[in-house]
Design a protein around this ligand. Sequence first.
Ligand code: MMA
Ligand code: CA
Length: 197
Amino acid sequence: MAIKETVFFLLLIMLPVSTEAKKPIKPRVRAANFYDAPSDSCMDNCVVKCCPSGWVRHGNSCCYIDDTPTPLYRDARNTCQSKGGDLAIIRSAQENDFILDLVMGQNTVTRFGAWIGFQRNAADSKLYWVDGTPVDSQCVNWLPGEPNDAHGYEDCGQMITKEYTPGKWNDLFCNFNVQGSSFESSDSPVVLCQKPI
Ligand code: MMA
Ligand code: CA
């Protein structure tokens, strides 16, 4: 009798201990994710994901600007692709503002702003972002009256910085080297690259 009662008593006092032991172990929180990173540089404690040096982060993208006036849209794309990215795709007003600040913050702000990543598709004459999404199907920021495909040969994406409203978009001719063109190479857009973080 005494043994039975002792066993019962022991079990009773051990109950909270065994319940405690079965509690799931909380995983340790990993180091701050990239949303919490105090700066965009890889030199700080951004330890999970960050942008390569020379690139700046916005959301889940890294952006890079080459402020060399670049007469050919194709060359601008090549510049970005050779760095593992492509010309920038803009999906929100915030992203547009961020990119505009980047462009305006450079030493060289040309008459024709910056190349951004959309082109006219020859088959249907519509504009598509470089990831294949139709520009029309997303948030857009056209300068009023654009895209106008002036003279029928404006096939490339441009962010405006001068003369009109900075940050607005235009469809622009893709080649500033065309003979007889009234535009100087130095007027041509700079290069705005992007890649996923
Ligand atoms: C005008 C306007 C635009 C066009 C550029 C370049 C300066 O803006 O017609 O739509 O893209 O000229 O031709
Ligand atoms: Ca145009």
